[in-house]
Design a protein around this ligand. Structure first.
Ligand code: PGA
Length: 253
């Protein structure tokens, strides 16, 4: 963790969940109380179909709600897209941009991700900007080069520690059960912090840098103990309310 920086743990449901899953939101909201909330922020990121109902359920709780992606424009002829303003109207306060699944499945480039981050701010949302290398890039020793370039090109110059969260997710660690060693995570997060400092100056010290990729109750506590790891972006281990709470307890209690 970074001293003086409040951690954030985000649970991303990806393309999972139906109305029945709203019961999980209630469990999470009810369980995320003083013992946990005094130690960390929590963010639930349901699919867009459940965003409004999730936000309504979590309204009286300390759990924040986010969306998984946004369009660049505020409105218009973009069938299938959702603007940051629409997501904010539905109750989101965060939006993930540049998740590797969007980069790979939908061709989101660094320039696209940057434009989406700017759109997120315009709509009043915090942008969670994802970066991370592929297995091939990792094996070729290119991780730092890839991350430097992603940060240079995906993080807008006007980013602040209030408007922006960075999620470092090695693509090969997502959903695989495989994670980098703690030393590698700490070294990589330090590299990201240094590149953010080049871009943002002293405010970079307060940016939350999340680790993502196979975080679970067994590795969450040591990950959050690493320098410059200010939380986690989690898929599988946060799909139910009880699992999300177990993970938070394992990380912080
Ligand atoms: P995972 O997903 O926790 O299931 O590895 C992480 C992510 O894609 O953000």
């Amino acid at each position: 963790m970074t001293p003086g920086v409040r951690p954030l743990v985000a649970g991303n449901w990806k393309m999972n969940g139906s109305r029945a899953s709203l019961a999980e939101c209630r469990i999470l909201g009810d369980g995320f109380r003083d013992g946990l909330h005094s130690r960390t922020d929590a963010l639930l990121i349901p699919p867009a179909t459940l965003l409004m109902a999730t936000a309504d359920i979590l309204a009286g709780t300390a759990v924040c709600v986010g969306a998984q992606d946004c369009a660049f424009d505020e409105r218009g002829a973009h069938t299938g897209d959702l603007s940051a303003e629409m997501l904010a109207d539905a109750g989101a306060s965060f939006v993930v941009v540049g998740h590797s699944e969007r980069r790979l499945d939908h061709g989101d480039t660094n320039a696209t991700v940057r434009a989406k981050a700017v759109a997120a701010w315009r709509g009043g949302l915090v942008a969670v900007i994802c970066v991370g290398e592929t297995r091939e890039e990792c094996d070729a020793g290119k991780t730092f080069d890839v991350l430097s370039r992603q940060i240079e090109e995906s993080v807008p110059g006007r980013a602040t520690s209030q408007s922006t969260v960075i999620a470092y997710e090695p693509v090969w660690a997502i959903g695989s059960g495989d994670t980098p060693s703690l030393e590698v995570v700490a070294r990589t997060h330090a590299h990201i912090r240094a590149r953010l400092k080049d871009k943002m100056g002293t405010d970079a010290a307060k940016v939350r840098i999340l680790y993502g990729g196979s975080v679970n109750p067994s590795n969450g506590n040591e990950l959050i103990g690493a320098d410059n790891v200010d939380g986690a972006l989690v898929g599988r281990a946060a799909m139910t309310g009880a699992d999300f709470l177990s993970l938070l307890r394992a990380m912080f209690c």
